[in-house]
Ligand binder design. Structure first.
Ligand code: ZN
Length: 156
């Protein structure tokens, strides 16, 4: 049963890495941030259009491994129309999910497909890269470099 579940999760991840959603430069974006995971070579740029505190549109560009791309793709589909506090809540739930065993999937929906990532510590940084870039964009910081799960190092 759990193997089947993992297969399903893998299918979703493969699907999103092969044909990522919202994979484009966003015209009219009013927030942009870059994320770079030097350990794997993943690079992600997140574009946001904020209407007040609502993420009215979101897209990304970048190159990297299947996990980083799929994570960014699923993230954009999950966040469109969400408020900033809702996005921050999803980020903390997602971080729990990919760093701990038996984490509650809460309101994560499709984001829960990344639950298996916690078994591969090197992949956690890949899965969380887009989220670090998102937080940078929300905070108006242009660049996030992730070298550890919980660290962002904005450029001065
Ligand atoms: Zn990666």
């Amino acid at each position: 049963m759990f193997d089947d579940l993992n297969d399903l999760y893998q299918q979703v991840i493969l699907d999103h890495s092969r044909s990522p959603r919202n994979f484009k430069k966003l015209d009219g974006a009013n927030r942009v941030a870059h994320g770079h995971n030097p350990l794997c070579g993943d690079r992600i740029t997140i574009y946001l259009h904020l209407d007040g505190d609502v993420i009215s549109d979101i897209s990304f560009e970048g190159s990297g491994c299947a996990i980083s791309k799929a994570s960014a793709s699923v993230m954009t589909t999950a966040l469109k129309g969400k408020t900033i506090p809702e996005a921050q809540k999803l980020f903390s739930q997602f971080r729990q999910l990919v760093t701990t065993e038996n984490a509650e999937s809460g309101e994560l929906g499709k984001l829960a497909v990344f639950a298996g990532v916690h078994k591969f510590p090197a992949r956690v940084k890949c899965a969380i890269l887009a989220w670090h870039a998102l937080v940078s964009a929300l905070e108006g910081r242009p660049c996030a470099v992730t070298t550890e799960e919980n660290t962002t190092e904005p450029k001065p």
